[in-house]
Design a protein around this ligand. Structure first.
Ligand SMILES: Nc1ncnc2c1ncn2[C@@H]1O[C@H](COP(=O)(O)OP(=O)(O)OP(=O)(O)O)[C@@H](O)[C@H]1O
Ligand SMILES: Cc1ncc(COP(=O)(O)O)c(N)n1
Length: 557
């Protein structure tokens, strides 16, 4: 239930404002660009004809993150999964022409910079970055400081390596692997995670840039079975995202894929922490599926578009699946049940299991009446009154989730949700109910739902699972309702609230959090989560149905 939360919910905009300060020395104090529905992302990188790294990987990663990809090619390589045979760097002026052709015409939401080959190329890119607009029109910029390929071949000459440091103050985020990080700070390569994070902190404060430090090269990560990436700013670690280590040779292009996925998801969410978490979850699945592509004899590519094939349709990237999409996709997936160990697959299964509840909601007289406009005004009012009561308490549950959240990004996300729920509750009273209610009590259904949320608040994982259906089911049902609106529809003003893009975004992020928490949970905790999720789905059905049950009781009485 609960209408879309009428807030532009919390996003950590630290780097964008830092960036604005950098770009607006004249002090225009411009704000960050708003998150884009379909981010337009430019990859400035080299070409890998075998399709696993470089611009080819970037375009697939951008597509997997639901962005629109564009390219400016810095260098042509003749390489495959075994190694790089030749590199051809076109004249620098031709790169300038490509960059200008795109930015003169297209409003770019994010830029990913990869292989730069030489100092000359670095300088062209630096000049172009300097010419980009400041303030909200400026794209987010992610630099993957590619130096050496997985195969050991150099992709940036020594002069270029020095020059690339000059790009750091011009970008928002840099994503070095451990050897690249060491070169950038001028220190030996870290062989302990704490040292790598400390190095990233020094780089961040020296250049006032955010650093995503990647653990893929850390000694011992194979034995540990986990691999961690961290988002580090000048003041220290902002977020740490860890995931399972996948034993595979299909790691060609992981760095390219991470950086372009990150740029795209940042442009779509406005939050680096969320973008990193979503990207890492997607990349782990892509690495896992890579070997199945059977491409090449060396370090094979990851399967960027794994979601198209397995049908974990977009959940790993935080997208809300269309009705039936996950169910259809999972029907063809033999192993996506008992053995499901990763969060996205698990959550996809819970959602699939809720398909019956969702169909029930669509068939309820209340929802059908709301769709075709025949719903009685008294029923609608009863629903709104209960929704207002519900939202007041739901806000407390979201605040509790914020209190229990293990990371700053999740803490901020739930706090934003709590604020939004309260704002919506207030709006229900002022806009829809004509003032504060008098003598309205929670119905048995509302009370049961609130009891469920309250009981779930003892542990974070269960609480996240319990609060999720309010976002997801509402968004799912709302998507179909909003399509039924028309100019003469008596509830058109209400139906319009279902189309709020901020709520759709919040739902995607909430699902991404649930996936992360489910992925990290143990078997017992997962059991509790699935029970809490299912009960909340059932209560959603009852909540939508209660106006009619109430009316029937009234009539009978
Ligand atoms: N075997 C693996 N299993 C799971 N995740 C991995 C694995 N190897 C790398 N990653 C992840 O892939 C991303 C890239 O990490 P890595 O440290 O390998 O960077 P990189 O060296 O720049 O990549 P590339 O191999 O493209 O050069 C990170 O998010 C990292 O956590
Ligand atoms: C054009 C190009 N850009 C980047 C890489 C790095 O990717 P990896 O380190 O996985 O080989 C590459 N091999 N080729």
């Amino acid at each position: 239930m609960s209408m879309p939360m009428l807030h532009d919910h919390t996003r950590s905009q630290h780097t964008r404002s830092q960036h604005s300060q950098r770009q607006t020395a004249a002090g225009d104090g411009a704000d960050a660009r708003r998150p884009a529905a379909v981010p337009r992302v430019l990859a400035v990188a080299g070409s890998d004809p075998s399709g696993g790294a470089g611009i080819q990987a970037d375009l697939k990663s951008i597509a997997a993150a639901h962005g629109y990809g564009m390219t400016a090619i810095t260098a042509l390589t003749a390489q495959n999964t075994l190694g790089v045979r030749e590199v051809h760097v076109p004249g620098a002026e031709f790169l300038s022409a490509q960059l200008a052709a795109v930015s003169d015409d297209v409003a770019i939401d994010a830029v990913k910079i990869g292989m730069l080959a030489s100092r000359e190329v670095v300088e062209v890119v630096a000049r172009w970055l300097d010419e980009l607009p400041a303030g909200p029109a400026r794209p987010a910029v992610v630099l993957d400081p590619v130096m050496v390929a997985t195969s050991g071949d150099r992709l940036l000459d020594v002069e270029g390596q020095d020059a690339v440091r000059a790009l750091l103050p011009r970008v928002d985020v840099v994503t070095p692997n451990l050897p690249e990080l060491a070169v950038l700070v001028g220190e030996p390569t870290a062989d302990r995670w704490e040292d790598a994070v400390a190095q990233a902190g020094r780089l961040a404060s020296r250049y006032q840039v955010l650093v995503v430090v990647k653990g893929g090269h850390l000694p011992g990560r194979e034995g540990a079975g986990r691999v961690t990436d961290a988002l580090v700013g000048p003041a220290g670690v902002l977020d740490e995202v860890d995931g399972p280590w996948v034993t595979t040779t299909a790691t060609h292009g992981t760095g390219c894929s991470l950086s372009s996925g990150l740029a795209t998801r940042y442009a779509g969410t406005g939050d680096w922490g969320i973008a990193l978490r979503q990207t890492k979850a997607w990349l782990t699945e892509a690495i896992r599926a890579g070997a199945g592509l059977g491409v090449g004899h060396g370090h094979g590519p990851v399967d960027h578009l794994v979601q198209l094939r397995t049908g974990a349709v977009g959940t790993a990237s935080g997208q809300v699946p269309a009705p039936g999409e996950v169910a259809r996709a999972l029907a063809g997936q033999a192993d996506a049940s008992e053995g499901a160990t990763d969060g996205a697959a698990l959550v996809a299964r819970w959602w699939d299991d809720a398909a019956g509840h969702r169909a029930q909601i669509d068939a309820l007289p209340f929802v059908r009446g709301l769709g075709d406009g025949t719903l009685a005004a008294a029923h609608f009012r009863f629903y709104l009154e209960q929704d207002a009561l519900y939202l007041r308490e739901y806000a407390r549950s979201l605040a509790r989730a914020s209190e229990l959240a293990p990371t700053r990004a999740e803490q901020a996300f739930w706090a934003g949700g709590a604020h939004g729920a309260l704002a919506t509750e207030l709006d229900l009273h002022t806009t829809w109910l004509g003032g504060e209610p008098h003598g309205v009590e929670p119905s048995p259904t509302t009370a049961a739902y609130l009891d469920h949320l309250h009981a779930a608040g003892r542990d974070y994982a269960t609480l996240v699972a319990a609060v999720l259906p309010c976002y997801w089911i509402y968004q799912d049902a709302g998507e179909r309702l909003v399509r039924r609106s028309h100019d003469a529809h008596p509830y058109r003003q209400w139906l319009a609230t279902y189309g709020d893009p901020a709520f759709a975004r919040a739902t995607r992020e909430a699902v991404a959090v649930l996936e992360r928490v489910a992925g990290a949970a143990g078997p017992e905790q997962r059991h509790r989560m699935s029970g809490a999720f299912d009960r909340a789905c059932r209560l959603e059905v009852a909540f939508f149905d209660q106006a009619h049950a109430w009316a029937a009781g009234e009539l009978a009485g």
